[in-house]
Design a binder for this molecule. Structure first.
Ligand code: FAD
Ligand code: SF4
Ligand code: SF4
Length: 462
């Protein structure tokens, strides 16, 4: 029985007041009844256009059909064949640009809520503690994974399931990469990440934190310790700054620092001794997911006014539409076609941001607006905190310490797009460390490809 509704089944959201005072997840998981109704909107298209929009190629019609029949475990198996961390992707993937963008239902209404259905299935399974089958151990083959973000965790999980002994080395004190230090709990509850990591540990993957490869140990050390292959997934965690006057004033910080203090060091909780300023007027510079996460986190710290300034218009913003919608609901103000030219202050403390006004002058080859300043026109925004979120790059540590590897001029590791092999034998690399700042699902897809390649290379050399 098909559900002919043009619209997605309604989803329950956390109340606006509760959102301003805490970090609880904003969007609830579909109820059993709503999930079945939503799944019945799917036309089960033979050519699966939606699956072509998914970077890991989940068999979307098949898993949705299972949901419509109440076969949750079977739906989970279908998803897990292609995606190791569905509870995370269901929450943070840009579905509107990927799977849902290709859904035929989207032509005359809402696309099928593929992301929400994926989250529903994964959440049901987490709470059932069901796991995938692990193959027999492959004698003594050991793999080292550097970095515990989505790429490293996926590679570790895939290799763990293939029967390898896998050790993950993480520089920070908590595993998860951006999933732990960047994306706030109101979008990705820590219990979800913790249970995915617990699942990995249950299949024998070990995670060593506070291990900075390139400083604590080198890649040579890892091979000397008996690892047969190394996968590098160190991400792109170094924030870019704008090199503007006043950027060194107290009160100006990067979104990475701001979010890490909140997410990893719980600076909002008086029980923790991480210093953080509880700002009143906040200006966030940027238009991506990171900027919106910072703005919504500032709201939760009790800021009276939070403004996101972006040099282009709303339709050019790279952030997920849903997050922009939630930010507006939470009182975040958007100021388009403005860019900072100076952070001004008194006695070394930020007082505000001077911005140039921009106007659109055509489109670039990616279809984004080209903007140029309107001469002489300036605006001043009062602020006691300015959060810069204009992108992240790869840090230089491995580039300086691992001379056997090849890097490009932006410190990104050069690795083959298909095999993930680097210039050093049995060393593979993927995720943001290779592509520059990208997305969770692309990082995971690289981790999966690396696992398959490592398995192939080590098996052919057995
Ligand atoms: P990371 O997640 O960066 O993980 C790399 C890990 O390696 C880190 O834990 C780091 O500490 C560790 N490491 C670094 N150097 C070393 C070393 N020398 N030794 C040991 N460990 C090391 N993408 C989306 O798809 N949807 C979103 O909604 C979204 N929101 C985002 C919000 C924020 C705030 C940020 C910052 C990014 C967001 N992204 C989003 C982008 C996405 O999170 C990244 O593309 C993805 O996490 C990259 O995964 P990765 O595994 O390559 O690297
Ligand atoms: Fe869509 Fe991401 Fe799930 Fe693929 S992994 S089906 S792109 S939500
Ligand atoms: Fe279902 Fe949409 Fe995919 Fe068709 S394109 S199978 S309707 S999710």
């Amino acid at each position: 029985m098909i559900n002919k509704s043009k619209f997605k089944e309604p989803i329950q959201l956390l109340g606006k007041e509760e959102r301003r005072t805490g970090f609880k997840e904003v969007e609830f998981t579909l109820t059993d009844e709503n999930a079945v109704k939503e799944s019945l909107r799917c036309l089960n298209c033979k050519s699966s256009p939606c699956a072509k929009g998914c970077p890991v190629g989940i068999d979307i019609p098949k898993f949705i059909k299972c949901v419509s029949q109440g076969l949750i475990s079977e739906a989970y198996d279908v998803i897990c064949k292609s995606n190791f961390l569905p509870s995370i992707c269901g929450r943070v993937c840009s579905q509107e640009k990927q799977c849902e963008a290709r859904c035929v239902k989207g032509k005359i209404g809402d696309p099928v809520a593929i992301g929400r259905l994926e989250k529903y299935v994964a959440d049901k399974m987490i709470y059932c503690f069901q796991k995938r089958e692990v193959k027999t151990l492959k004698e003594s083959k050991k793999i080292a994974v550097i970095g515990s973000g989505p790429s490293g965790l996926t590679c570790a999980g895939e290799l763990g399931h293939k029967g390898y002994k896998v050790d993950v080395f993480e520089a920070l004190h908590t595993p998860g990469g951006v999933l732990a230090y960047g994306i706030p709990a109101f979008r990705l509850p820590r219990s979800v990440l913790e249970s995915e990591i617990k699942g990995l540990k249950e299949i024998g993957v070990r995670i060593f934190t506070n291990m900075v490869i390139g400083k604590t140990l080198s890649i040579d050390d890892l091979f000397n310790k008996g690892y047969n292959a190394v996968y590098i997934a160190t991400g792109a965690g170094l924030p870019k700054f704008m090199e503007l006057p006043g950027e060194g004033l107290a009160g100006v910080c990067s979104a990475n620092e701001f979010l890490t203090r909140i997410n990893l060091m719980k600076a909002y909780d008086p029980k923790f001794d991480t210093p953080i300023k509880f700002p009143k007027k906040v200006v966030v510079v940027g238009g991506g997911n990171v900027a919106i996460d910072a703005a919504r986190s500032a709201v939760r710290l009790g800021a009276e006014k939070v403004s996101v300034i972006y040099r282009r218009g709303e339709s050019d913003m790279p952030a997920r539409k849903e997050e922009i919608f939630h930010a507006r609901e939470e009182g975040v103000e958007f100021v388009f076609f403005k860019t900072p030219i100076e952070f001004f202050g008194e006695n070394g403390i930020l007082k505000g941001v001077k911005c140039a006004c921009m106007k659109q002058e055509g489109k670039d080859n990616l279809g984004r607006s080209i903007v140029i300043p309107i001469s002489e026109e300036k605006i001043y925004l009062e602020a006691d905190m300015a959060i810069i979120s204009v992108g992240n790059k790869v840090n230089r540590l491995l580039c300086e310490s691992e001379t056997d590897l090849s890097f490009d001029k932006n410190n990104r590791i050069i690795a083959d797009k298909i095999t993930t092999r680097t210039s050093r034998k049995y060393v593979y690399a993927g995720g943001d460390a290779v592509t520059g700042a990208a997305t969770v699902i692309l990082a995971m897809e690289a981790g999966k490809r690396a696992a398959n390649q490592i398995d192939k290379d080590l098996s052919s050399n057995a």
